[in-house]
Every structure is written in C-alpha cells, then in structure tokens.
Design a protein around this ligand. Structure first.
Ligand SMILES: NC(=O)c1ccc[n+]([C@@H]2O[C@H](COP(=O)([O-])OP(=O)(O)OC[C@H]3O[C@@H](n4cnc5c(N)ncnc54)[C@H](O)[C@@H]3O)[C@@H](O)[C@H]2O)c1
Ligand SMILES: *[C@@H]1O[C@H](CO)[C@@H](O)[C@H](O)[C@H]1NC(C)=O
Ligand SMILES: *[C@@H]1O[C@H](CO)[C@@H](O)[C@H](O)[C@H]1NC(C)=O
Ligand SMILES: *[C@@H]1O[C@H](CO)[C@@H](O)[C@H](O)[C@H]1NC(C)=O
Length: 391
C-alpha cells in the first residue's frame, strides 16, 4: 500500500510539474513573439488616445509627421515598404518613443490589398495620414504607370480598407502640381486644376476618388496641396535622405546640398529669361516643420461628412537665384553655378494664396526664412553624408 501510495503521489507531482513546465514554456514563447507584447494596445480603441496610421512614414515628410504626432501624444502606426524611405528614420523614432503602445512599424506594400486589409483588421485606427507615394515629376513622365499605380491605385486600396473597417478620418497629401500652369497667381483652392504631368494627374485622380467617395460616406477628409517642401527637424533628429539613384531626379534643395558636399560639381540654373523679376523661375518654399503642423491642425479640424481642401504654402514666391544665394550662405560653400537654357515643362511662377488655411485652421507658415530652413537641413546633411546609413 505504502509503495502504491507513494507511486501515486509521485505521479500526481509529476503531472503538476509537467503542466507547470508547459505553461511556463507557453508564456516564454508568447512573450518572445511580437504578436503578444505589442499589438494589444494598437488593436484596441483607447479613450483619449488617437491612433494615426501614417503611410509612407519612413519617407521625408511622413517621418517628420510621425515625430510631431508622437510628440503630441498620438499613437502612431507607420506602414511603409521602404522602397524609397529609410528604416533608419523609423529607428530614430523608435529610440525616441520606446514605450509600448506609442509607435509600431509595419513593413508592407500598399499595392497589396490583402496585406492592407489585414493591417486594418488587426489595428484600431482613428485616422489615416496618407503620404506614401512616388513623387518626382521628371520620373513620372518617363514611367507613368509607376505613378498611376503607386499614387492613384494605392490610394484606392487605402480608402477601400478605411471604408470597410470604419476608419473615419483621412488627411491626404496632394500637391500644387495638380494645378498645372494656372494663368493667374497666386494659386487659390478655386484655381482650376489642369495638371500637365503624370505625377500631377495621378494626384488629381486620387483627389477625385476621395471627393466622390466622400459624397456617399461620413468620412472626414482633409486634402492638403503642398507647394515645394524644404528643411528638416530643427533638433536635427531627422532629415531628407532620398535613394542615391534618385539624386538625378532630385529637388533643388537636394541639389544644393549635393553641390555643397562636392557630390555634384555645381548647380545648373535652367532658364534665365522667364518673365520674372530676375529672369529665373519663382516657387513657394514651405518648411517641413510648418507642413506637419498643418497636418496636425487639419486632423484636429476634420469633421464627419466634410471635405476641406487647403493650399499649404507661404504665399511668397522666391526665385531660383534667391534660393541659390540662400544655399551658398546656409552652407558657407561658394557653389559653382552654371546658367543654361530653359528646361521643357517648367513654368515661370508658382506661389500659393494660403489665406483659406489661415482663416479656417488658424495655420500660418512660421519658418519663412529659406536660408534658416536650409541651414537646419544642411546641419543634418553634413553629419549624415550617407543619409541614414553608416555615417
Ligand atoms: N516633397 C515635396 O516637395 C512634396 C510636394 C508636394 C507633395 N508631396 C507629397 O508628399 C508625400 C510624401 O512625399 P516625400 O517627399 O516625403 O516622399 P518620400 O519618397 O520621401 O516618401 C514616400 C514614402 O512612401 C513609401 N512608399 C511608396 N510607395 C509605397 C508603397 N507602394 N507601399 C508602401 N510604402 C510606399 C516610400 O517607401 C517612402 O518612404 C507624397 O505623397 C508626395 O506626393 C511632396
Ligand atoms: C515595394 O512595393 C513595390 C510595389 O509597389 C514592389 O515592386 C517592391 O518590390 C516593394 N519593395 C520592397 C522593398 O518591399
Ligand atoms: C510602383 O508600381 C510599379 C508597378 O507599376 C512597381 O513596379 C514599383 O515597384 C512600384 N513602387 C515604386 C516605389 O515605384
Ligand atoms: C491661432 O494661433 C495662434 C498662434 O499659434 C494662437 O496664439 C491663437 O490663440 C490661435 N487662435 C485661435 C482662435 O485658436
């Protein structure tokens, strides 16, 4: 009897130990899988917390927007397929906001409707800021399908996912390129849209999809039409770091820094006989810090069943010559300048009338000194010669 009893006891002990062991293993296993430790907070609505999906958040403007949202206590999910953005920018944000439930990064392609739907099913978004796109006018004329796919078609995927998962607010990144070559300056939101390249057309088509859909839904929509974006985080945490192969396509500020760094021999000014004060083209340069401020204000003012369309610019045109002078002063480099004939497709003058956004969202550009904006961006460029790669 004694013998049997003790055998039984040890049997029970063994079973208990076995069960405890399995449970411990399960807990360890679950804790190590990322699906256990993070998504709970991202997948649940939480009172007082606004969860924003930032598409293209590894890119130049999207990363700056994510930083501002996180600073303002929003919960942020970045979706980006890193085709053009930088994982380094996401890492900077993760290091600044490591607390659970603040920031999550999901590597996915917005062209993949199934993947996008899964993301919307697993996360409780309150709003979407849709930045992800390809964004070079020159490239768009050479590879238009890439633009209609990654701008228009992907926007449709995002809106359909928002609709079927009840996400109620959209802030959309549009562009002054949707206006084409208006006859009258400054450009107001009422200026007719007649885009002249696939980039502008793809963005206009996205706007049209959004506008038509909004008539049949209660979605709150804000469409922001940016002018030329420059600058970077004044605290030097983020910068603009396009892929090296896109440098050729690049925008004027990138070219300015490349010239100052000696990556390219100098700057080429194309066209000195335009009908402007000094003969060079005139553009409206908006600092990225002001731009993301416009997004936060747009989000705060978004109303169900309403669409707000706003130009985001300074309202002041600067000539290319002025820009180059500011670039020389900001970098302290005597950049070589070459004067060439006009580039086809460039228009003389583009600048915004930003009075609507001031009146309705109480937003005004504050970083309006281009030399100062360039100086801030230059500091980051100088200390990140390989972008977000190894220094
Ligand atoms: N930079 C400007 O001067 C300017 C002016 C007007 C409008 N915009 C608009 O602002 C937005 C952001 O521009 P940016 O200058 O930050 O560009 P960017 O190239 O730095 O960022 C775009 C991001 O979107 C991501 N992306 C692209 N296709 C994707 C896809 N299929 N799936 C997932 N991610 C994808 C890229 O990886 C990249 O990180 C764009 O919509 C652009 O059209 C920019
Ligand atoms: C990003 O998405 C495009 C399709 O839009 C795809 O062709 C490309 O391979 C993707 N890149 C990465 C790194 O996932
Ligand atoms: C955009 O779309 C094309 C398909 O038209 C694809 O090949 C490409 O990889 C996509 N992504 C980018 C960033 O260009
Ligand atoms: C508008 O913005 C300014 C500057 O940020 C602020 O001082 C002012 O109180 C705002 N006005 C309203 C009506 O919100």
């Amino acid at each position: 009897m004694d013998y049997v009893d003790s055998k039984r006891k040890s049997n029970i002990c063994g079973k208990i130990l076995f069960a405890a062991g399995i449970t411990t293993l399960c807990i360890i296993f679950l804790k190590q899988s990322p699906d256990f430790s993070t998504p709970s907070q991202f997948s649940r609505q939480q009172a007082g917390v606004t969860h924003v999906l930032v598409t293209g958040g590894a890119g130049y403007i999207g990363s700056h927007a994510a930083l501002r949202l996180l600073k303002d206590s929003y919960r942020v999910t970045i979706v980006d397929n890193l085709s053009r953005g930088n994982l380094g920018a996401v890492k900077v944000l993760q290091e600044l906001f490591p607390e659970p439930g603040r920031l999550q990064f999901i590597h996915a392609d917005l062209g993949d409707a199934k993947a996008v739907n899964k993301i919307f099913a697993e996360n409780a978004f309150d709003a979407v800021m849709h930045f992800a796109a390809v964004a070079y006018v020159g490239e768009s004329t050479l590879d238009p399908l890439r633009y209609y796919h990654n701008i228009t078609s992907n926007t449709l995927v995002v809106i359909k996912a928002m609709a079927s998962h009840g996400v109620k607010t959209l802030i959309y990144s549009s562009t002054c390129a949707t206006y084409g070559e208006p006859e009258k300056m400054p450009i107001t939101e009422g200026t007719p849209q007649a885009p002249i390249n696939p980039y502008g057309k793809a963005k206009k088509m996205s706007e049209d999809i959004i506008l038509d859909f909004s008539k049949t839904s209660e979605m709150a929509v804000m469409i922001l039409r940016y002018f030329n974006v420059i600058g970077s985080d004044p605290e030097g945490r983020l910068g603009e770091a396009p892929r090296p192969e896109l440098r050729e396509q690049g925008r004027i500020s990138g070219a300015c820094f490349d010239a100052a760094l000696g990556v390219i021999p100098g700057l080429k000014i194309r066209g000195t006989d335009y009908n402007t004060a000094d003969g060079t083209c005139v553009r409206d340069y908006i600092d990225v810090t002001d731009l993301v401020d416009a997004h936060v204000k747009a989000l705060a003012h978004a109303k169900p069943s309403k669409v707000g369309i706003y130009n985001v610019g300074t309202g002041k045109g600067r000539s290319v010559k002025e820009f180059v002078e500011a670039c020389k002063k900001a970098t302290g480099v005597e950049i070589k300048v070459e004067y060439l004939s006009r580039r086809p497709g460039d228009y003389a003058e583009v600048y915004s009338d930003p009075s609507k956004i001031k009146l309705e969202l109480n937003w005004t550009a504050r970083y309006t000194d281009i030399q100062e904006s360039l100086q801030i961006a230059w500091r980051w460029q100088k200390s990140h010669r390989n972008g977000y790669g190894s220094p």
